[in-house]
Design a protein around this ligand. Sequence first.
Ligand code: CA
Length: 317
Amino acid sequence: MELLSQPLILLGCRDRDLKREQVYASPDSMVCPLHTGFVVHGKPQLEHRLKLKVFPVEEPCCDCIASRQLFDQCFSQALATLGFHGSYKPGSGVWIYRNVIDLRRPVPYIWPAKTDDPNFPPPKPGEPRRWPWTGRMCGDHGSPIWEPIHFYHNTVVVRDPAFRDYYAAGWGGHVNSRRWIFNNVLVQLEGKPGLQFDPPSEALLSADGNLLWSLRDGASVKGNFFAAFRRSDRFTRSKKHYPPGWGASDRFADPKLTRLSADWRGPLDVRLQEGSPAIDSGVSLPEDWPDPVRKQDRGKPDIGALPLGAEAFKAGR
Ligand SMILES: [Ca+2]
């Protein structure tokens, strides 16, 4: 089985930041590198077949959360790439930046129970059969309070619309603690990117300088993609806490990545090409936000994981 040919890294990472790991999850798992390690849901027969170890959720260590950072990593094939679980008290936050998150690949949530299992509809004429599901950017298990999150300068590619069409591949949802979402490239292969938000108070969220795109459907969008949202009460209310308003500098445009295919088997090269609308389109971030390549970025910030001219980092062991 091809899934088994890839390394599986179980993250317990209590005593260090994570850098340049190639992180894969199992087909039926949630990776929780931010806090709790690795959670496998049910299906013991599947776990056995995949020779996975099940790591119990650990009690938190809030001291280590205070400095938790994830950067220069590649994530792929995860059911919920960054997830939260447990009833722990959130720490002082995590910093997630300069990562490549490639969620094009299908994730088998369940296996077919029979040959005509309705969970596996037949393909449309001319299209190949495929798994109905892919991974999610973020999620939780049991509705915990999420860590305060700084999510900035990442490049994210997902296949499907986010849960409830939440903004930024899902980061606009489950906002129950402070969150910052800035200068990310967020490409969806199919369907329009979501512009839904759910924080109970606008004070919890700051978001701007993100570039959204749909590989299949972006070119068919006429007019200003953000027009309706920017007329909304929600946008107006967001100005009280983030004066430009959520996503005031966001863009909807093809980021012109070096290599991006709808076929998950194809390589993903997130380096920006000359002329990319991501160049110099980000918003300025505080100097004290950690960033190893800020000095390589000429002029205004380039959106995404790699500024123009930066070499792709090598992740994995
Ligand atoms: Ca720049």
